[in-house]
Design a binder for this molecule. Structure first.
Ligand code: 9MR
Ligand code: 9MR
Length: 581
């Protein structure tokens, strides 16, 4: 008799554990779907179904379906089956249940369902702003003091020029913190800005009514561009006025501790100039010059300043066509030694393609492409901080109507793009999560979430050109991946989903004393490299190698170059799905 309560206790503990583990075995986009979205959930394990959808209002079954055929993951060998409920279009809040197995997180079906996702992901950049306080009015419980004024940044010994000797102080305020750390890196700003500016150029109308509730929200410039300007102003300060070259980064010698920005007060430096940084700068300035021309009366002179900066940086690059940032070599020669993120790109052929394309699109002068190998005989390369040629391709495609490039340049680029995206949409019905993301184990590199998002963008360009629905649907599938339809069961965007990332490697989220991390930040995602050596990874399967622990900078950091394609993907899917509603 006496033992009974204890047995019951253990039994209920056991049940609870089994139940809470199984809950996550029914996986789907934990935010939800447009009425017209394809709607898939993935059931992990040997369970054969059927599945039901229950209305959260009254727990009544509103839809019944059968699970699809068995699929086997190429990464873990695990079994999955698809629950396809695309034909269910009724707005409301629901969960999926596989009676003998468990339930999914909750989700919603409604118009504009992903707009809050796009807005939060853009607002994530606001939370990354350096050199400013974030008042409660905009930052809510994540309000914080100003950090990193960066108005007295020192010239590192590697970066001296005649007018700027060692330890000379320059002002290099504003910009976004790169990631979980507080440094500001030009190379990574390059792709980030390129992605956000392209989003504006591709879908300007959508941003007329897109309010991220930032201090500039009422200023008659789209919030997307207001946010971009915060980093643009910083980037402009990173050019040495004497020769047009651009410093590779602005950084502490060593990473700060896990403290709030206002407590991180160690000296900061700009280090040597590099061709990768300078060409990325050219691209961003040329694209900004184009975009801000239309806002001349609100931002007098900005477009011209950007154009001038772009030309000067281009000229420097012509004189220094391959000056690689080699941090180890630099540290052998100069003090203090710099050990923060390197972004040490050893091949700048792709930076030349991007910069040449942006200058061409800005000026209409084809000579900017002369002498640049456009690599038209090579396959598409997915954009990443060290691979930017495709950003140039996107710009040529966008500008081709206006500029009419000679020969068949736009046709050729279209061919390269479609050959890549046709590959992405092939054999989806064999994939364990029915996503383009993860077909190849190589997709799971450091920052794999940005691979999913950038594949999504490529698919959206392909959709724009061909109007073939499978491209749009595969882009949406990758968005579903990011929001929970994946082998970890997590939604990778902080603040969203029933199984949220709570402990990103992000100094502000760690140090601010608020339980929830800063919202709208995209976690890096699975990375079997496990370079952080955290001991909390569940296993080494490529698609599961993720740990929601703040030790994990290799799988659970956040970064601006990952957030930008998230903004793009969510915003464009919302723009397109709201049109078709
Ligand atoms: O916090 C740093 C993170 O932003 C970087 O991505 C990562 C890799 O460069 O490094 C992190 O800093 C760690 C450092 O490399 C080693 N010591 C512990 C630091 C904090 O975890
Ligand atoms: O995103 C970068 C990844 O591709 C590299 O493999 C990794 C190691 O060099 O660095 C990542 O970038 C980090 C940067 O160096 C410092 N800030 C945090 C970035 C994201 O982890």
């Amino acid at each position: 008799m006496k033992l009974l309560p204890l047995t019951t206790f253990f039994l209920s503990l056991l049940c609870h554990q089994v139940f809470s583990q199984k809950v996550t075995d029914v996986r789907l986009n934990q935010v939800g779907f447009y009425p017209g979205s394809p709607k898939l959930a993935v059931v992990v394990g040997e369970e054969k179904g059927p599945f039901v959808i229950k209305d959260l209002k009254n727990n009544k079954v509103v839809y019944k379906g059968e699970l699809g055929a068995k699929r086997t993951s190429q990464h873990s060998g695990k079994t999955t089956r698809i629950a396809d409920f695309s034909e269910f279009t009724k707005t409301g809040k629901y969960k999926i249940e596989v009676p003998s197995l468990g339930q999914s997180g909750t989700f919603e079906i409604k118009g504009n369902i992903l707009k809050p996702v796009a807005i939060a992901a853009l607002k994530g950049f606001y939370y990354q702003r350096a050199s400013t306080a974030l008042p409660e009015k905009y930052a809510g419980k994540w309000a914080r003091e100003a950090g990193h004024a960066d108005n007295k940044v020192l010239i590192h010994a590697s970066a001296v020029s005649e007018a700027r000797p060692e330890n000379h102080a320059i002002s290099s305020t504003k910009g976004w913190y790169d990631a979980g750390d507080y440094n500001k890196y030009i190379v990574n700003s390059g792709i980030t800005m390129g992605t956000l500016l392209s989003l504006y150029e591709d879908y300007p109308a959508y941003f007329e009514t897109f309010n991220a509730d930032i201090p500039e929200s009422n200023d008659a410039i789209p919030d997307l561009l207001d946010e971009v300007i915060w980093n643009l102003r910083w980037m402009l300060t990173m050019q040495d006025p004497s020769d047009g070259g651009v410093y590779h980064k602005l950084t502490n010698p060593q990473f700060d501790g896990m403290v709030m920005p206002d407590k991180a007060t160690k000296p900061r430096y700009v280090v040597q100039k590099s061709t990768a940084a300078t060409l990325d700068f050219v691209s961003v300035m040329a694209q900004s010059a184009r975009v801000f021309k239309a806002f001349e009366n609100k931002l007098p002179g900005l477009a011209d300043s950007c154009a001038t900066a772009a030309v000067k940086a281009w000229q420097w690059s012509k004189k220094n066509p391959e000056l690689i940032y080699d941090q180890d070599a630099m540290n052998k020669e100069f003090e203090p030694k710099i050990v923060t993120g390197t972004y040490g790109d050893k091949n700048v052929a792709d930076e030349w393609i991007w910069a040449g394309s942006e200058m061409y699109a800005l000026t209409g002068k084809k000579d900017y492409l002369d002498g640049v190998d456009l690599q038209l005989d090579k396959p598409l390369a997915l954009p990443g901080w060290n691979q930017v040629k495709t950003l140039g391709y996107y710009t040529i495609l966008r500008a081709s109507g206006k500029l009419k490039p000679e020969g068949n340049l736009a046709e050729k680029i279209t061919e390269i793009l479609l050959s890549y995206t046709n590959g992405l949409v092939t054999d989806l019905e064999k994939q364990p999560y029915h996503t383009a993301m993860g077909k190849s184990a190589r997709d799971y590199a450091w920052g794999s979430s940005s691979v999913a998002a950038n594949q999504g963008i490529a698919l959206l360009y392909a959709y724009r050109i061909t109007k073939r629905p499978e491209f749009l649907h595969a882009a949406m599938g990758n968005l579903d991946y990011l929001l929970g339809r994946n082998a970890t069961g997590y939604s990778f965007l902080t603040g969203f989903g029933t199984k949220q990332v709570m402990h990103p490697h992000h100094r502000i989220s760690i140090a601010d004393g608020v339980a929830e991390p800063i919202p709208g930040l995209l976690s890096g995602g699975p990375n079997p490299g496990q370079q952080d050596k955290c001991t909390t990874y569940p296993n080494k399967f490529a698609d599961e190698s993720f740990t929601d622990h703040d030790c994990s900078y290799a799988s659970n950091e956040i970064a601006i170059n990952w957030n930008a394609p998230m903004v793009y993907l969510a915003a464009v899917v919302d723009a397109l799905m709201s049109e078709t509603k």
